[in-house]
Design a protein around this ligand. Structure first.
Ligand SMILES: CC(C)(COP(=O)(O)OP(=O)(O)OC[C@H]1O[C@@H](n2cnc3c(N)ncnc32)[C@H](O)[C@@H]1OP(=O)(O)O)[C@@H](O)C(=O)NCCC(=O)NCCS
Length: 163
């Protein structure tokens, strides 16, 4: 779609929260990474978002990926994602991570189409220290993150992409 504009400043918190809400994307800590949002705009309407968090020097974690239902399958998420990959490379990261609920098949297909690899429980434990203290999911999920033997049951899938 060539009438979509991508903007990296002028972040409208209320519009972002609405978009995430409508698309059932976790939003409680958006303020912590509001400065990292890239937005897809159709005129004045916010139709897509992506953000990220950097944890230490090795973890570049994609956050808040959402595209309005009426604008899907037109490459908007791909464009947002490509912009984040370019930024991650520029900032010296060699791997990008993303997480989603195991049941969210749509976004899993998206990440798999972008060649992300779903980490096995052992890989997750060894390579993804954030998981041991699951900061961005509700507390009820924490037991899965803290006990290695339970990782296979974790409702969250963590993806990794070598860049
Ligand atoms: C996942 C999501 C961001 C994809 O956005 P999008 O702009 O439609 O994605 P794109 O058009 O760039 O799709 C790129 C590729 O991803 C795959 N894909 C995306 N949506 C898909 C679906 N519903 N079914 C199967 N494959 C899909 C396809 O391979 C697609 O390429 P194609 O259209 O040429 O076949 C969007 O569906 C969404 O916002 N979902 C709800 C929010 C959400 O769950 N966010 C994640 C929180 S962790």
């Amino acid at each position: 779609m060539n009438d979509i504009e991508y903007i990296e400043d002028g972040h409208d918190l209320e519009a972002i929260l609405n978009l995430l809400d409508e698309n059932e994307v976790y939003k409680d800590d958006v303020k912590d990474h509001l400065h990292n949002f890239i937005l897809a705009m159709h005129g004045d309407k916010l139709v897509g978002s992506i953000s990220h968090m950097e944890i230490g020097k090795t973890i570049f974690l994609i956050r808040s990926l959402a595209v309005d239902r009426r604008y899907r399958r037109r490459g908007i998420a791909t464009t947002l994602h490509d912009k984040k990959i370019a930024l991650a490379k520029k900032r010296g990261f060699t791997r990008v991570y993303a997480r989603t609920l195991r049941e969210n098949k749509r976004v899993r297909r998206f990440y798999e189409s972008e060649n992300f690899h779903a980490l096995s429980p052992q890989e997750l434990y060894e390579e993804y220290p954030l998981c041991r203290d699951c900061l961005d999911y509700p507390n009820k999920m924490r037991p899965y993150c803290k006990d290695n033997s339970k990782h296979g049951e974790c409702p969250v899938v963590t993806y990794r992409l070598e860049i």
